[in-house]
Design a binder for this molecule. Sequence first.
Ligand SMILES: [Fe+2]
Length: 383
Amino acid sequence: MLGESDHTLRKFVAPEFVFGAGASRLAGRYAGNFGLHDLLLVSDPGVVSCPWFGEICTSLDEAGISWTLFSGVSENPRSMEVMRGADTYEAEECCGIVAVGGGSPMDCAKGIGIVSSNNRNILAFEGVDEVGMPGPPLICIPTTAGSAADVSQFAIISDEMQKRKVAIISKALVPDISLLDPLPLLTLPQEVTVTCGMDVLSHAVEAYVSNAGSPVTDLHARRAIDLIVRALPAAVERPDDLESRYGTMMASLHAGLAFSNASLGAVHALAHALGGYFDLPHGRANALLLESVVAFNYSAAPGRYDDIGRIMQAAEGGGERALVSRFRAFRDSLGITGTIADAGCGLSDIPSLAVRAMADPCLATNPREMTPEDIATIYEAAF
Ligand SMILES: [Fe+2]
């Protein structure tokens, strides 16, 4: 008895990906392989100002590909930004997209693609499998180690009018190729490194305890946890150490492969509601909620959480308290010491946040079922 599976049918979807130092400079070659000639280059102002951004543009130029820059993307990309990008895509008669940046430009690029091919408002795709036509060819170059939008079936877009985040989950959102290059990570500010790294940890933990996991996603989730708890503190301590940066990038990749296929859970459902309302960095919202969700969920998957405790070297004897303490110590050591109250949340906000979190598709794969009252209790515990 190998004890690894109950033989439930599962599938695993992943794009082609190339990883290693200098992978981002292959953008022109791969765009050429797809037969692209006019493409939309989606990024954000911070990324555009980085020295290595020009090298990516040069690789497109050298391949004879003309491109139009769209950099009107904010952190937590808004639906209007996606629609503006789709207008530019159409006006410039583009036939493909290259996204360069963290989760925000990549999610925006995914949104631009499906809006262009389906001619609908981006908010109409909310939920699971609501995308009809796939978008045009999409090449992603992630420049943070966190969102894994470059390999995932997910895009998170802010509905700025309702101050909520919309989760779009569809195989049509898996990019065609990801070029994973650790070199751009060397210039990542510490706060971005930390919040994105906490997103990686949240992805891996939620995928590992998801009720849609499989032996294949388990493999990637365990590896991601092991890597991120070692590489993230090292990358914070030595930001210009390529080996540590490479470790965070590989952790992000493994976590992305795990969560894209096993989906997520209550940490992300509650973080989307919180982050959408208070416009918080996504990884920070996750970090502030992780321990409280683990404490609530533990009884539904104790063996799984104990595995995570062993990987993270939680205190001898294990159990819920040891694991929760380990998560708390980990984020404290990285300088995320606040609570959701420090992030601007008031007690009176919790009931409406709980209603929003209940509607998030990530909740469907949480190992323990939740009522709005349970969710409110978790928010209060993180207060
Ligand atoms: Fe995330």
